[in-house]
Design a protein around this ligand. Structure first.
Ligand SMILES: [Cu+2]
Length: 251
């Protein structure tokens, strides 16, 4: 007897939701599901993650060229549909940071000054990345609503602080392809926070230090399962950029 299409589709959705629920149980029962957990099966060559704080002395200049291609080989999370019913409902992003200094500076520029600094002599960009502050956002933006633009070969320091009550993390993933359901291998070596899958608690944080290539399009993504569907923003390396910038994504 043929099964009506709608019934089969419902079964598929339920099975998908059960799979997600199972993954969540695994996560919560494991005290430290670090990135190796997600990456080990597909990328054994990835060296063990060193603490971001320990890598300052080994600043890669030439020998290490970031390879976005490596992430394409790692697609463990893409088997699941992107829009699962089990994913926590992200809140719509409210306008970022209402309180601005009372001057004529546009909001985007004021945000830049607050979150970005740049040392042109060393091509070092320091960016304050905020989880939340209210919900599944970075610096008040979600769903690609903001873009961090970087000069070529910039040395990037991202100070991540979670201001939201829900645990969040951050990593740099490719700007191409569907959003993974949870943390994957970063597109740039070392470009991820600790506790990528379980998230850092409110007021917790970590520092990412990495160098970007000459050009490329990436996403800053929350690795906690289900969050990154909406909790991501763009990071673009623009060879024509003389300085970094951050603000709403131009359409
Ligand atoms: Cu998150």
């Amino acid at each position: 007897m043929p099964i009506p299409l709608s019934t089969r589709f419902t079964t598929f959705l339920v099975a998908g939701a059960a799979g997600i629920a199972g993954a969540s149980c695994n996560k919560s029962s494991n005290e430290s599901p670090r990135i190796e957990t997600a990456a080990a099966a597909a990328a054994p060559a990835q060296q063990p993650p060193a603490s971001a704080d320990t890598i300052t002395s080994a600043k890669p200049q030439s020998a290490e060229s970031p390879q976005p291609e490596t992430t394409r080989a790692v697609k463990p999370a893409r088997k699941k549909p992107v829009a699962e019913p089990a994913a926590p409902a992200p809140q719509p992003a409210p306008a970022p940071e209402p309180a601005q200094p009372a001057d004529s500076t546009p909001a985007a520029i004021a945000g830049q000054e607050k979150w970005l600094s740049y040392d042109a002599a060393t091509n070092t960009v320091t960016f304050e990345l905020i989880g939340g502050p209210h919900g599944f956002q970075f610096n008040g933006y979600a769903g690609g609503g903001a873009t961090l633009t970087l000069p070529s070969k910039a040395n990037v320091v991202i100070n991540f602080t979670n201001k939201d009550g829900t645990p969040h993390s951050a990593e740099i993933i490719s700007g191409e392809g569907p959003l993974p359901n949870a943390g994957v291998d970063p597109a740039i070596p070392r470009a991820y926070t600790s506790q990528l899958l379980q998230g850092l608690p409110q007021e917790g944080g970590d520092v990412m230090r990495f160098q970007v290539p000459e050009s490329g399009t990436y996403r800053i993504f929350c690795g906690v399962p289900g969050h990154g569907v909406s909790m991501w923003i763009w990071m673009k390396v623009d060879p024509s950029a003389k300085a970094p910038s951050f603000g709403p994504t131009k359409t």
